[in-house]
Design a protein around this ligand. Sequence first.
Ligand code: PLP
Ligand code: COI
Length: 344
Amino acid sequence: MHIRTDAPDLDLNNLGFAYVNTDWRYRAHWKGGAWDAGTMTEDNTLRIAEGATSLHYGQQCFEGLKAYRCKDGSINLFRPDENAKRMARSCERLLMPEVSEAQFIDACKQVVKANERFLPPYGSGGSLYLRPFVIGVGDNIGIRTAPEFIFSVFCVPVGPYFKGGLKPQNFVTTPYDRAAPQGTGAAKVGGNYAASLMPGMEAKGKHFADAIYLDPATHTKIEEVGAANLFVISKDGKRFVTPRSPSILASITKLSLLWLAQHRLGLEAIEGDVPIASLADWAEAGACGTAAVITPIGGIQHGEHFHIFHSETDIGPVTRKLYDELVGIQYGDREAPAGWVVKV
Ligand code: PLP
Ligand code: COI
């Protein structure tokens, strides 16, 4: 395996969120009851059976996590154990074999090491986005779990997911649902994202960053956006609230912000209801996720009403502090709580 060290032909200081064909990816196969040891390949295509369950019945799941270049040159992964656990839960929900935490983290490390030339430099604001996924493959036609599976991890150097990075974005509520109350919303499976394509396109067509989903049972409470969870900050700046729902993805960024809000900022940090009718009760709002990091919410359009939290340039003080804590930990500039950072 030849690991290239020459600089790639792209500006690693000015990245958006777009696919780049990097050098190496990890691939493991499951057949007859076990995963093999996995290998690295330069091939960025997959050759799978035409009847594969992942193609017809959505039997697949994925993850998203990032590697960060630190000031001292070392490389951090942020809470990869949490991604491994969430992928195991997604696999369980879709009757796919779980990948062990050890194999998951080892695969991520191998992919970062083999593609280190694509890691954006410290201070650029960029990172190496890792995309692990599991798909059902092998000959099949009926609705049943696949006879074989592939676990793969590839990586892409990325900058901000929403244009402008730490710049307030406007969102709009959608009448569509991305998941059902007892459906697969809590699993990171492709079907949820297929369901979000049309609402997302409609939102962007109206010049919003993305759609906000409301709870599928009553359409009265905020759930999340297509690629991130949400949080709000109370008017007195003392309460951090993020929606609790069985149909949203259990965001690892949200989990981290709950802890940071409580232990580093001294806030009351809870998961609870955020009624869409309560927007005027909150001083700040933000979207949070691996790709979205913390994206301040400038305003939310709901029906005829546009509620403004912040102007295009103004970022709330609590949102700013949370951002500095989170990003500081990810890039190794602030002390990480035990176990949050894994060195590659
Ligand atoms: N919600 C959805 C629908 C997502 O796709 C993501 C991205 O992973 C998140 C929330 C944020 O999750 P995390 O913070 O684990 O990246
Ligand atoms: C992530 O933050 O990892 C996401 O899943 C967003 C993505 C779907 C682009």
